[in-house]
Write a protein of this length. Structure first.
Length: 319
């Protein structure tokens, strides 16, 4: 793995949505970070924090309101026509809901090979061989190719979704909460499959989730988002052992830890106060209404993400 090299640079990315006549929902608001070649970057936060919008804007599925996404030297939001189509081969997505994301009228073979057809990549015979190969790669088999999605369990459907994402041999995959809709017993199987595929195929992942324990298991580094902002970003081990941002501390205090010594000393931090709206947010720190450390400055100045320790970035006036 060629880690530590920025493969994807997200620079001051903004994605706003107009809500009604005057209101603006700032789903992603000035977010800057890198994704390194061969790593899994976890992106966590409560629902509505902008993590899914961020992932989709990185892929160009949403146009950016402002800012840039540089993918291996290419500015994603400046691509047009043929170049844009070529980019879709290199960067793919696995969706959250394996029930809604597969067309119930298409066979598994047609679902998995739809992208190959768009890119006119194979003869019909080669296409089928490739489908068999992909099904095998994700733990299914060639008998499954002619069946329809309703004949499969949730975990198997997500395997089909993964095969579809792999069909064009991408280098980067946004895994958009790929396990949230699955039974707990199946979640680990899908995460382990993603880890195996990453090793075999040299993939880079952006793994979006709200389940912090699973993110810890799969990620090299983790970014924490709160209401459209990135509030903390560092190595996975470090984040779980020494979180700095008050919001990260609260999130982590709620997850069970297997080590009894750490568990005994850990105090659950309850988040109190109102969650502000991402529509027309006020200046200052967006976490201010729920933060027990808030000071005057926090109501006036928006903290920027800065490196406070080597490879540990945090956006908070305490640091
Ligand atoms: Fe709390 Fe202020 Fe830090 Fe925001 S900037 S997290 S309000 S201490």
């Amino acid at each position: 793995m060629e880690q530590n090299k920025a493969f994807i640079q997200v620079k001051n990315l903004k994605k706003y949505f107009k809500v009604g006549r005057k209101a603006i929902l700032k789903a992603v608001d000035d977010v800057t970070f890198d994704i390194r070649k061969g790593e899994t970057l976890g992106l966590v936060g409560e629902s509505g924090c902008g993590k899914t919008t961020c992932g989709r804007t990185i892929l160009g599925l949403y146009s950016a309101t402002d800012g840039d996404v540089i993918f291996d030297g290419i500015n994603v939001h400046k691509l047009k026509g043929k170049e844009k189509k070529e980019f879709t081969k290199r960067a793919q997505i696995i969706f959250q809901d394996p029930y809604a994301s597969l067309n119930p009228r298409m066979t598994v073979s047609d679902i998995v090979s739809a992208g190959m057809d768009i890119h006119d990549m194979y003869t019909p015979r080669e296409r089928l061989e490739r489908v068999y190969e992909l099904l095998n790669l994700v733990g299914l088999n060639k008998e499954h190719a002619s069946r329809f999605p309703h004949e499969f369990s949730g975990g198997q459907r997500q395997r089909i979704g993964i095969a579809r994402a792999l069909a064009l041999e991408p280098e980067f995959i946004v895994c958009d909460e790929p396990i949230s809709a699955l039974d707990v017993s199946i979640q680990a199987q899908i995460v382990n499959l993603l880890i195996k595929l990453q090793k075999e195929l040299g993939l880079t992942y952006l793994f979006i989730a709200h389940d912090l324990s699973m993110v810890r298991h799969i990620s090299d580094r983790v970014g924490v988002m709160y209401l459209g902002n990135m509030v903390e970003l560092t190595g996975s081990m470090r984040l779980y052992e020494k979180p700095l941002h008050p919001y990260t501390k609260a999130l982590l205090s709620a997850i069970p830890v297997p080590e009894p010594n750490i568990a005994r000393n850990r105090k659950r931090i309850r988040l109190e106060g109102e969650v502000p709206s991402p529509i027309n947010p006020k200046p200052g720190c967006r976490f201010v209404t729920r933060c027990s450390y808030a000071k005057k400055e926090c109501y006036e100045d928006t903290p920027v993400l800065k490196e406070v320790e080597p490879d540990h970035f945090v956006a908070c006036h305490l640091y």
